[in-house]
Design a protein around this ligand. Structure first.
Ligand code: PLP
Length: 363
């Protein structure tokens, strides 16, 4: 790295995308894409039609304020448009939140292990980090997080948590919010909310807290249930003053026109969302059954992925699976845990066959 760049950058871990071998053209083109928790059914057909119809617009700059999409989201969620920001993926908005609320000497609290972007954006801001280990059930340790939150500017709850797939319930979150000081902003990363809501009746209705004026920022994504990961679009629901603060940190035209057009159409495509939820619920059940049959420990996921202990170095198992056309996500180096996204039934059959072979060969 350039020695003249900020020294801080040496401490910022690189984000390793799950589709790295694909993107770099290395190795086999996988036949089962189970590494990035995308929608196995692809984008909504209505989004594809809307994109085709709008293609003559691409020479123009997009709407800087994403007004149509914000209005549609506001109507859907029952909040004023001032409570909504749209960004280049929910991770783009997460970075803006960090830029708006973190700086040297300010503290951010998050669980660990979790989505690695919290660590990355905190390091970029040179903030004080308090990673709180998950409890023995792979769940957020909210008592310890609330304790640490007394000194925090930001507290991030990944709900459901990536990579474990475990979730924090409405009652647990109500109790937690009661313990966190009002001046700490609680960020609820709900990239997988739609799957969790379908799986767990006590998954929180967190937008309610924004309606009630609580300092809560909810992050959602069009990359998962809406199948638009390649277009990079996500949204933030938060009190107007938080949306305004985040807006100060952004670049002009942060969300490209195709992303706005596709997201608006995908939001209205309830049939596609319904089909996706059904395929994911069935596939998740199947992965959990497979883990049980093979005696591999796993957590009770409510998301579109399962975190499995394969009992041998996960990097090696992932490399063996890739040789058999299956792309999964190993945990950090040295771990025996793998994250497997729920794919189509065909992708899951391929994964099952490959995993059985790899585990049998390892003895
Ligand atoms: C917990 C969590 N938050 C955010 C994201 C990023 O979503 P987006 O594609 O909207 O940036 C992911 C993606 O894997 C995730 O797992």
């Amino acid at each position: 790295m350039d020695p003249h760049a900020r020294a801080t950058l040496r401490d910022v871990p690189a984000y390793v995308p799950g589709n790295r071998p694909l993107a770099r053209g290395e190795g086999l083109a996988p036949l089962a894409h189970l590494a990035s928790n995308e929608n196995p059914l692809g984008p909504s057909p209505l989004a594809l039609e809307a994109l085709a119809r709008a293609s003559s617009q691409w020479a123009r700059y997009p709407d800087d304020h994403c007004a149509d999409l914000r209005e549609a989201l506001a109507a859907r969620l029952g909040v004023p448009t001032e409570c909504l920001a749209v960004g280049a993926g929910s991770s783009g908005l997460l970075k803006l939140l960090a830029e708006a609320y973190l700086e040297p000497g300010r503290t951010v609290v998050y669980a660990w292990p979790t989505f690695p972007m919290y660590r990355i954006v905190a390091r970029l801001q040179e903030a004080v980090e308090v990673p709180v280990p998950l409890d023995g059930d792979g769940r957020h340790d909210l008592a310890r997080m609330a304790e640490a939150a007394r000194r925090a500017s930001l507290v991030v709850v990944c709900n459901p948590n990536n990579p474990t797939g475990t979730y924090v319930s409405e009652a647990e979150l109500v109790a937690f919010l009661g313990q966190v000081p009002e001046d700490a902003l609680v960020v609820l990363d709900e990239a997988y909310a739609e799957f969790a809501r379908a799986a767990a009746p006590d998954y929180p209705d967190s937008v309610r807290w924004v309606r009630e004026g609580r300092r809560v920022a909810v992050l959602r994504s069009f990359s998962k249930v809406y199948g638009l990961a390649g277009l990079r679009v996500g949204y933030l629901v938060a009190p107007p003053e938080v949306v305004e603060a985040v807006g100060r940190a952004r670049v002009p035209f942060p969300v490209c026109a195709p992303a706005q057009v596709a997201a608006l159409a995908a939001l209205a495509d309830e049939a596609h969302v319904g089909r996706t939820l059904q395929v994911v619920a069935e596939g998740r059940r199947r992965l959990q059954q497979l883990a049980g049959q093979l005696g591999l420990p796993s957590y009770p996921s409510v998301a579109n992925f399962v975190w499995l202990d394969v009992g041998r170095p996960a990097e090696q198992v992932a490399a063996e699976l890739l040789r058999r056309g299956v792309l999964v996500r190993p945990g950090p180096i040295g771990t025996t845990w793998l994250r497997v996204s729920v794919g189509t039934p065909e992708e899951l059959s391929r994964f099952e066959g490959a995993l059985r072979q790899v585990l049998a060969a390892a003895g």
